[in-house]
Design a protein around this ligand. Structure first.
Ligand SMILES: *Cc1c(COP(=O)(O)O)cnc(C)c1O
Length: 423
């Protein structure tokens, strides 16, 4: 506070002005708000992207927040076995829940899916003597995940040699079979979560790849990315391969994110067979990728909500997804009536799941379309972003669009105030 008052006075002196007390106070308030925006702060997500990576992806369920308070607000048994009174393993805490949610034999939780993929490759893509080995991947699956994380680069880091098979649009099981060698360590499959190759295409199913792996005695790993635990057709979306399906196909190691379709905290989850997961546990790299009590607590609570389908919509992502368009329209109408002096209209729009999942599947939604009086939409959306709380909206032509699906109904009062302040 004091430093902002001093800065405001310095600025006035530098301008050789004698500012009015009100102007000085405004300047101090502006400086304070700017500082809080530079730090981490909550925002209203009016973008219509349900899992917006830049806005923190999945919001946590109440039960997940409560679990964090309960365990991380004090000491916990994160690495302590209460029965024997000796050191325990944090990696065992969620094993039972993950086995129940996916049908896998064993599970491991790390910092994010990128870390999970790194650990899978680093562990398996090396011979028992530590010598580098080969990992076979279809050319069409050499993905960049975002944030510059490219599969070929991660593979190179792990010391493995990448063997690309197939063409950009087509790959057949024979391509994999021909690429097998005594140095082959792993068959790797990446789920195309954030892109589609359409048209003249051919792909190898997970089951075919697993059958080949079994015949050759080579493990198969899959980067599933978004990690659905639920059939999204229930919500009118296209089917997204679930972790349980990948496990049922016989994939030895399945990696996915905690904060995408799972709707939990940032985490990377690997589920699969006991033997390769045991090897991953013994990898010293695991220590650098480990998660803390808050993550484990929130993930555990979110998994419990998934295991009880009636409670799934307590997970904010599923609550947002399930909100009927009519309910969004009714909220928009109420807000519009409260702000009668602002040019707000109600428009049907399309949102997206986001988080690199289902890029081609729009989610029908409702937006408040604001036409600012001076016609300056970019300035208007900047005022919304710099408000308290900040509201992130989308500019489209002459309108600032605020999608109601991604704003919790209990925040409508804040949304109304944000619009009022930015008009
Ligand atoms: C999102 C994604 C990742 C990265 O997940 P993070 O949890 O953000 O590290 C990896 N692979 C695929 C296929 C993805 O979609």
């Amino acid at each position: 506070m004091k430093q902002h008052a001093v800065a405001a006075l310095d600025a006035a002196r530098a301008a050789h002005e004698t500012p009015a007390a009100d102007a000085l106070l405004d300047d101090v308030v502006t400086r304070l708000a700017a500082e809080s925006r530079r730090g981490l702060t909550g925002v209203l997500n009016g973008t219509g992207i349900l899992l917006h990576t830049n806005l923190g992806r999945a919001p946590l369920a109440r039960a997940a927040l409560d679990a964090i308070v309960e365990t991380a607000g004090g000491a916990s048994n994160v690495e302590y076995d209460l029965e024997t009174g000796t050191r325990g393993s944090r990696y065992d805490r969620l094993g039972a829940l993950l086995r129940a949610a996916t049908g896998a034999e064993d599970a491991l939780v790390v910092n994010n899916c990128a870390a999970a993929v790194l650990l899978v490759l680093d562990t398996l893509a090396r011979g028992v003597d530590g010598s580098p080995r080969e990992v076979i991947v279809a050319r069409s699956q050499l993905i960049e995940i975002g944030g510059g994380f490219r599969l070929p680069d991660v593979l190179a880091r792990s010391g493995a040699t990448l063997i690309e098979v197939g063409a950009t649009n087509k790959v057949r099981i024979d391509d994999y079979a021909r690429a097998l060698s005594p140095r082959t360590a792993l068959l790797f499959r990446a789920h195309p979560s954030n892109y589609r190759i359409e048209g003249f295409t051919e792909d190898v199913s997970a089951a075919e790849l697993v059958a080949l792996g079994r015949r050759a005695g080579i493990p198969v790993a899959e980067d599933l990315g978004s990690g659905a635990l639920t059939d999204l057709r229930e919500y009118g979306l296209p089917h997204e391969r679930t972790a349980r399906e990948a496990v049922a196909d016989g994939i030895d190691l399945v990696a996915f994110s905690g904060d995408k379709l799972l709707g939990g905290p940032q985490a990377g989850i690997v589920v699969g067979r006991t033997a390769p997961i045991r090897r991953m546990r013994a990898n010293p790299l695991l220590r650098a990728l480990r998660v803390g009590t808050p993550t484990l607590a929130a993930l555990g609570a979110t998994l419990r909500l998934h295991l009880e389908p009636a409670s799934r919509e307590q997970i904010p992502f599923y609550r947002m997804l399930a909100a009927p368009v009519d309910a969004l329209r009714a909220r928009a109408e109420t807000i519009r009536q409260r702000l009668a002096t602002i040019d707000l209209r109600i428009e049907p729009v399309e949102g997206y799941a986001g988080g690199g999942t289902l890029p081609l599947a729009p989610v029908a939604s409702i937006a408040l379309a604001w036409r600012p009086g001076d016609g300056r939409v970019d300035a208007a959306s900047a005022r919304l972003r710099c408000g308290t709380p900040p509201l992130v909206a989308r500019v489209d032509g002459e309108r600032v669009l605020i999608d109601l699906r991604t704003i919790p109904p209990e925040r409508d009062g804040d949304l109304t105030a944000a619009l009022e302040a930015a008009r």
